[in-house]
Design a protein around this ligand. Structure first.
Ligand SMILES: Cc1cc2nc3c(=O)[nH]c(=O)nc-3n(C[C@H](O)[C@H](O)[C@H](O)COP(=O)(O)OP(=O)(O)OC[C@H]3O[C@@H](n4cnc5c(N)ncnc54)[C@H](O)[C@@H]3O)c2cc1C
Length: 464
């Protein structure tokens, strides 16, 4: 693999198949790995990544070794057909591993990079720089990145991943830019500036809030954290050793959200009667989630999102047992407090601010207010210039629920009229509106493999 300026592009022939991948996180890298592993000599693959590192993205780019994968190592293989691949890689680096363990997330980036290196040759280039636009040019595309010549592509894979959370508002007003206001929870550099006795407010109570709490609290024993969200629900924890599987026979045909919720409750009750934990039911429903989602009509999907999604998500996206144990300890010691209702009032003081929390009305002076509300999925509100420009060119459109891009389940991107945009695919989080379950490795690895197959099955695009 080379990281170079576009002017050093390898010599092209008319038979080349040039694929530009926008985003070098897990989705982009796995798409590249699958493309190159097939050995197709026509391929010229370019990964464009804003960050100076490939393979990390947001999830695996964490700088804190205490942030763990939320999924056991045995389920995190990069390849659907080789479930032991991560375990094999780990052992090949000379280290012992329990397949049930939750590995440090940043090690997963090393794994992805190694798997890319295994297949990288002069068919692959990687550019550091943000792609700001993709311009159709007579059946092909020009990929524009600031400060460099545009690159030509026959096909484009949109693997831009998770966007930073929506800006925080209190009582309808956006929070001002200030040292105490942290809009991007995944950049941990702000924590280095925190006083040893800092009090930090985290808005959001999901897995990102938990990561942030761990880094803040473990950085200095005098720090305290208050986490708040509308519902105040924390993700559930995995149990130490879960080996039981529970296969639910999902009813055929169209479904409603209420039927689905009742079905889930029945399955959990049936499992409990056989001494099987509810987690086995959730995990058993993972594989059919996409097909279930496709059988809900738009109104039912909306109902699911407004009524049931939060309760499903905290069971589905669980934390490692050791993280749960640490949080319990912090809550017992009074260093971590969980409250409902969000922040209802805020007044800035020099370098800090006073906030009032919703449910208990408690007023607290805090050194930082951090947005942990989850990735912003509505591309009409995205701050990524690429998405704004692609929308203006009608190359992409939001899905009806504003969870990602309008696309087919197989990833072909649709324009605002619902037409397929030729040879433009989405992999990973942008498919969430279409598939609902589309943001974690088990789905991403399958999508990356399928998109690579679809692309290499295509004829080379004739040159003008
Ligand atoms: C904090 C966190 C923890 C997670 N933990 C797990 C886990 O343990 N297990 C699991 O299976 N899933 C986990 N996930 C789910 C996660 O979404 C996927 O596993 C995976 O990391 C998604 O990869 P991605 O490449 O699609 O997105 P991202 O990781 O967001 O990467 C996208 C990349 O695209 C780049 N990019 C964006 N726009 C442009 C542009 N215009 N030009 C160039 N580059 C661009 C970004 O810089 C970024 O590096 C986690 C998610 C988060 C947010």
């Amino acid at each position: 693999m080379t990281t170079a300026a576009p002017t050093t592009a390898p010599i092209r022939t008319d038979n080349d198949l040039r694929v530009s991948i926008v985003g070098g996180g897990a989705s982009g890298v796995l798409t590249a790995v699958n493309l190159l592993a097939g050995g197709d000599a026509r391929l010229r693959v370019t990964i464009h990544e804003t960050l100076p590192v490939i393979g990390a993205g947001i999830a695996y780019g964490t700088t804190d070794a205490r942030h763990l994968l939320n999924v056991r190592a045995r389920h995190m293989s990069a390849f659907p057909d080789t479930p032991s691949d991560l375990i094999d890689w780990y052992r090949a680096t000379g280290r012992a591993i329990d397949p049930q363990a939750f590995l440090p997330r940043r090690e997963y980036a090393d794994y992805l990079r190694d798997r890319l290196a295994d297949v990288a040759d002069d068919r692959l280039r990687a550019f550091v720089g943000r792609v700001d636009d993709v311009v159709p040019t007579g059946g092909r595309y020009e990929v524009h990145s600031a400060g460099v010549e545009p690159t030509e592509a026959d096909a484009v894979v949109l693997a831009y991943g998770n966007s930073a959370p929506s800006p925080l508002t209190v009582d309808g007003d956006a929070l001002p830019e200030a040292t105490w206001h942290v809009p991007n929870p995944w950049d941990l550099t702000w924590i280095e500036r925190l006083p040893e006795d800092a009090v930090v407010a985290l808005v959001g109570t999901g897995l990102t809030a938990i990561d942030t709490a761990i880094t803040v609290l473990e950085g200095a024993p005098g720090r305290r954290v208050v986490m708040t969200s509308r519902h105040g629900l924390l993700p559930e924890a995995h149990v130490e050793q879960q080996s039981t599987a529970w296969v639910s026979r999902v009813p055929e045909g169209p479904l409603t959200a209420d039927q689905l919720a009742a079905f889930f409750d029945d399955q959990v009750a049936a499992a409990r009667r056989q001494d099987v934990d509810w987690r086995a039911v959730v995990d058993g429903l993972r594989a059919p989630t996409q097909s279930i989602w496709l059988r809900l009509d738009l109104d039912e999907r909306r109902r699911f999102l407004s009524r049931y999604a939060r309760h499903w998500e905290v069971r589905r996206h669980r934390m490692a047992p050791e993280i749960a144990a640490r949080l319990d300890g912090y809550r017992r010691d009074g260093r971590l407090r969980l409250t409902t209702g969000g922040i209802t009032a805020l007044s800035a003081r020099h370098g800090s601010c006073q906030v009032r929390f919703g449910a208990d009305g408690q007023q607290v002076r805090v050194d930082a207010v951090v947005s942990c509300t989850g990735p912003q999925t509505d591309i009409t509100r995205s701050r990524n210039p690429l998405l704004r420009n692609l929308r203006e060119r009608s190359l992409v459109a939001p899905d009806a629920l504003r969870l990602g891009l309008s696309c087919r389940p197989t990833g072909e991107v649709l324009d605002e009229t619902g037409e397929v945009v030729p040879r433009v695919y989405a992999v990973g989080p942008p498919r969430k509106g279409t598939l609902y379950e589309s943001t974690a490795i088990p789905e991403i690895r399958a999508q990356a493999a399928a998109v690579a197959r679809a692309l290499t099955a295509q004829e080379s695009v004739p040159r003008a």
